[in-house]
Design a binder for this molecule. Structure first.
Ligand code: URA
Length: 241
């Protein structure tokens, strides 16, 4: 691939802008400043520097973020920060999107990508990838509520029944459960439907990918294995990030 095209594909701006960067002598490959925009590259394991910062060539990007509270999953956040504020312009120029949404007050595992097929695979209602949530509730959780969540509840203006699996009570006011769809405010509405209220919500897992080491506000690129784990329709074995 031509150097100018590679830089454009990685989010460094228009073809013209990338040509200019190269001509300005700020693009370095294997310790060589390359001044020819038409320089031919082998993309395999390619590392390069722009303005002294090292980048790795990635055909597509797959990111896991431990989302903090107070961040919206929209580009034009109105009342809070946007999760996109956590990423640099180069990534944003690639058309990074959230894979599904978390509410601004929900913390935990959020995936972002510029790969439309991956996004579809995880968000399409027919794919049924499980998402595991942990929550604190306003009222004590009882067995009737657990049973109702497992059997399924109706949600206003939504077709069908919404049931949870792997429903586990952790403490009097703490519950963990998996859901397999992703309608608006689903967990909060399911808990409201059984007569309780979510006070804090955290997404711990998507498919087989479980949040573990990543601190709030931190993000990492996913490996091939982690990408497959996130798409998996079963929730075990776990792969921790
Ligand atoms: N369900 C909710 O109610 N909120 C979220 O952020 C995610 C799932």
């Amino acid at each position: 691939m031509l150097l100018e095209k590679m830089l454009q594909s990685q989010g460094f701006g228009s073809r013209k802008h990338c040509q200019q960067l190269i001509k300005n002598g700020v693009v370095v490959i294997q310790d060589q400043t390359i001044l020819d925009p038409k320089f031919k590259l082998n993309l395999q394991n390619l590392e390069y520097k722009v303005h002294g910062e090292t980048f790795q060539y990635r055909e597509k990007v797959y990111i896991a973020l431990n989302k903090p509270q107070g961040y919206e999953c929209s580009h034009q956040a109105t009342h809070h920060y946007s999760v996109f504020d956590l990423f640099n312009d180069v990534l944003m120029n690639r058309g990074l999107q959230c894979v599904g949404r978390l509410d601004q007050d929900t913390t935990g595992l959020l995936l972002l990508t510029d790969d439309g097929q991956f996004l579809q695979a995880l968000t399409h209602p027919k794919k049924h990838v499980a998402k595991v949530y942990q929550m604190q509730t306003a009222d004590p959780i009882d067995n009737i509520q657990i049973q109702q969540l497992e059997t399924g509840v109706e949600l206003r203006n939504e077709k069908g029944i919404f049931a949870a699996t792997e429903v586990k009570q952790i403490a009097e006011h703490e519950l963990s459960m998996a859901i397999h769809q992703g309608v608006y405010h689903q967990v909060k509405r399911m808990l409201a439907a059984v007569g309780n209220k979510v006070e804090r919500l955290h997404r711990a897992q998507i498919g087989q990918l479980k949040l573990s080491q990543l601190a709030e506000g931190e993000w990492v690129y996913l490996t091939e294995q982690q990408i497959l784990a996130a798409k998996n329709q079963s929730i075990e074995p776990l792969l921790e990030i």
